[in-house]
Design a protein around this ligand. Sequence first.
Ligand code: DUC
Ligand code: ZN
Ligand code: ZN
Length: 488
Amino acid sequence: MIDFDLIITGGTIVTATDTFKADIGIKNSQITSIADRLEGAQHIINAQDRYVFPGGIEAHCHIEQESGMGIMAADDYRSGSISAAFGGNTTIVPFAAQHRGQSLREVVQIYHDRAGPKSIIDYAFHLIISDVNDKILGQELPALIKDGYTSFKIFLTYPMLKLSDGDMLSVLAVARENGAITMVHAENDDVISWLSKRLLDSGNIAPKFHAVSHARIAESEASNRAIQLARLLDTPIFIVHVSTSEAASIIRKAQGDGLKIFAETCPQYLFLTSDDIDIEGMEGAKFCCSPPPRDKFDQEAMWQGLINGTFQLFSSDHAPYRFDETGKLHAGPNPQFKKIANGVPGIELRMPLLFSEGVCKGRISLNKFVELTSTNAAKVYGLSPKKGSIAVGCDADIVIWDPKREVTVSYDLLHDNVGYTPYEGMSIKGWPETVVSRGRIVIAKGQLKVKPGSGKFIQRSPGYEFIRPAGISPPEIDPKTNFGAKII
Ligand code: DUC
Ligand code: ZN
Ligand code: ZN
C-alpha cells in the first residue's frame, strides 16, 4: 500500500534536542510518520550514512532589496532562493525595506511581487522601518503585525535609515503592544560619521579605513543603548550581526539580568578579520560590511557566544553586491571607503561553514548546529511549530547532509549572482546533498528540481519563544526593571 508521497530511509535524524536513527514518512507536504522502518511510498530517498536535519532557516539575508544608498542587491528571489537551497536552507526571511516616504503596505506589496513568482523555497519578510510617523505607528505597523509580518529591523546608523532613540522607543512600544520582535542594527552613527570625516579629511580613503571608522566602541555603545531602551519598555529585541567581544559581553550581562535580549553572529565574524579588508588596491572592498570583520580575539569570542547560548542564531547577513559598477564599485573604480556598497555574501556557505568548523572541529554538537541554523530561528521569528524541527505534523522541510564530503570552496560551486566568495579556498568537510521543502525534492544530486515561484509565503503569528541561554538563571522578576508585564 502507498501510504506516503516520500520516505527518507536509513538516516540519522538530528533535531535541536535528539539524535536517532529512523525513517521519515511524508504525505501532503508534512511529516506524517517517524518510525524504525517505513514502507510504501512513491519516492524513497536512501539516507544511509547521512544526517537528516531540519532544513536551514536563513533569517537574516538581503534579497532583491535596495540598500540605504539605493543599490539593488545582486541576488533576486530566483538566484537568492536557489543559492539558499543549495546551501541546505528551506526557508528564508529577507527584508521588505521601507525607504523614507513609502507606506509600509506599499513596500510589502512590492516585495510580494518580487518574491512570489521567483522564490523556490518558503519565505517570510521582516520589515525595515526607516520612516517613523503617526500613520506608520498607529495604523500600518499594528495592522501588518496582525497580518503576519511580526518582526522588523531598525537601524541606529546609516543616514537614510537610522532612527533616533525616541523613534526607536516608539517602534518598541508598538512591538510590545502587538507581540512583535524588533531587530536592531546597533552601531553609533555619530561615532562612525565623526571618525569617517577625520579619516577622509586626512586623505585616508582606502577600503581598510571602513573598518577603522566602524569602531568597536560604536557597536558596544549602541548595543548597550538599545538594551537599555528595550529595558525601559520591557520588550524583547534581537541584536543582529554582533562582531565584538565587548558587545557579546554586554548582551550576556543583560540576559543574566533577566532581559529578553536575543542576538546572532555571522560567518564573516568567525572566519574573516579586518586584515582581509587591508589589501592593496580595491580588493578589500569585497570584505567591507557593517559591522566590519574584527580580529582573532573577537572570532574566539563569537565562537564562545555560539557555544554558551549568548547567540541564539547563526545567520549569514547575505548582502550580495558584485565587484563591479552595479554593486561594490557603483561610485566608480576607486571609491573612497564610504562609497563602497556594504555587505558580504554567505547564504550558501552559512551551514557548511558552521558544520565544518563547528561540528567537525568539536566546538559544537550536532544538536547545537541544528538549533543555531534552524530551530531557534523558527522559535524567535514565529515559524514554529511547523518549521525548524523534524516531528510528526511539521512541514517536511529537510536537508540530508553528507558529513564526509570534502570541498574546497570556489565561487564556481555556488549559485548566487555575486561573482566572488569571501571564503574562496577554504577547506570544508560536510555538505548538503538533498533538500526537501514541504515534501518536494528541491535539490538532488547537485541539480535543481523545482520551478521558480514554487516557494510559499509564510504568514506568521505574533509572539516569540524566549530562549534563555544555558547556565543563566536570572530572578523571576528583576526589581530594577519595570516589569512583570507579559508580552504574550
Ligand atoms: N550591513 C547591514 O547592516 N546590512 C547589510 C549589509 C551590511 O554590511
Ligand atoms: Zn544591519
Ligand atoms: Zn543585514
